[in-house]
Design a protein around this ligand. Sequence first.
Ligand code: UD1
Ligand code: UDP
Length: 380
Amino acid sequence: MYLLGRLILRAIKIHKKLQNVNDVKVITIIGARPQFIKASVVSRVFKQCCESVEEILVHTGQHYDENMSKVFFDELGISKPDYNLGIGGGTHGQNTGRMIEEIEGLLLLEKPDWVLVYGDTDSTLAGALAAVKLHIPVVHIEAGLRSFNRRMPEEVNRVLTDHIATLLFAPTELALKNLLKEGIERSKIHLVGDVMYDAALYFYKKAEQKSKILETLKLSSKEYVLATVHRQENTDDKHRLSSIINGLSQSSVPVILPLHPRTKKQLNLFGINIGTPIKVVEPVGYLDMIMLEKNARAIATDSGGVQKEAYFYQVPCVTLREETEWVELVEQGVNLLVGYDENAIAKSITASFSHRWMEGMYGDGEAAYKIVNEIQYTQL
Ligand code: UD1
Ligand code: UDP
């Protein structure tokens, strides 16, 4: 598959020489863990393919602990950010406001042709807003996802970003439909598949070779449940968070919980104790996470990325939310939405549901190539 990608790029290069394509300068704004993973595949293609494209990486600093940030740069081969704004740990308003101010300054200095943002975090919205107010066109990767729950900060971030973007890359058919329903012009939208699927295909072998996490944690394949919890609506509500922990505590096999710093803070604040069978570990790097996911009996999560990875590695997924943006997984019966109900969680992590693979649901593993190609050829 990657051979095909490289062939496409070679063809693009030759074509470009013939066409005499102009140089393009892209500023990519990233700041949170999943964005490092997504950017790793797109930045690699930028580097491989195009002498005429210059990518400048800006890390907002939204995630700053070593195991939430540096580990991904180290193990995924992402270049050191050209700028690190060091803005994290504040409220949504503080973070977003300070990021806009700093990013605006950088954009005035660097004068890029495009600003590229990923997903739905505060860094995404800040990058998009700073750019659009300077009339710099915005590229949005992972456009069109909707939970239809405006109480989620992510829903607000993604809706606003989609409506001010010039190039929108939708990962799924449903995302494309959502954008069209909201009146966004068809010509701006490209259905390319999901860059997280590209990442899973690219890094799986490396994870198998390098990760020692199963040995370190003394885990046997299919004899544990993997859980992640970090959504604001789960972590900031004592009742919901206790209920999730109580549900996971009823597992008959160990539950590995790589603990997001937000959740750690809230567990301490609420005085919620965790004991056997849950084993809390620090957040892990992406390669370790792949192995933990692949070998889990089931995954319980409120993460967007982890829901899809459960599908990629054919592991049943129990989603600790009332709704999901990845509706197709629920429709396929491979993802069960259980919310925070203690009994539903306890029951579903032990239930076995069969896995169905739907070819092409998240693209063909070439999303990054398609994205880079489109950015190069879109006439401004
Ligand atoms: C953010 C994104 C969310 C994404 C998640 C990925 C927004 C609104 N939310 O949520 O969409 O799914 O990242 O993980 O942008 N903290 C640390 N160290 C860190 C990072 C965070 O201690 O390296 C703590 C701080 O107390 C911080 C809190 O976690 O205030 C929340 O971090 P923040 O980046 O605001 O939101 P996330 O919950 O991580
Ligand atoms: N992830 C990781 N280590 C962890 C937890 C998650 O590498 O300890 C990876 C996970 O495999 C996925 C991404 O981080 O690729 C998902 O990020 P997160 O759950 O923080 O955010 P979301 O996808 O919900 O926005």
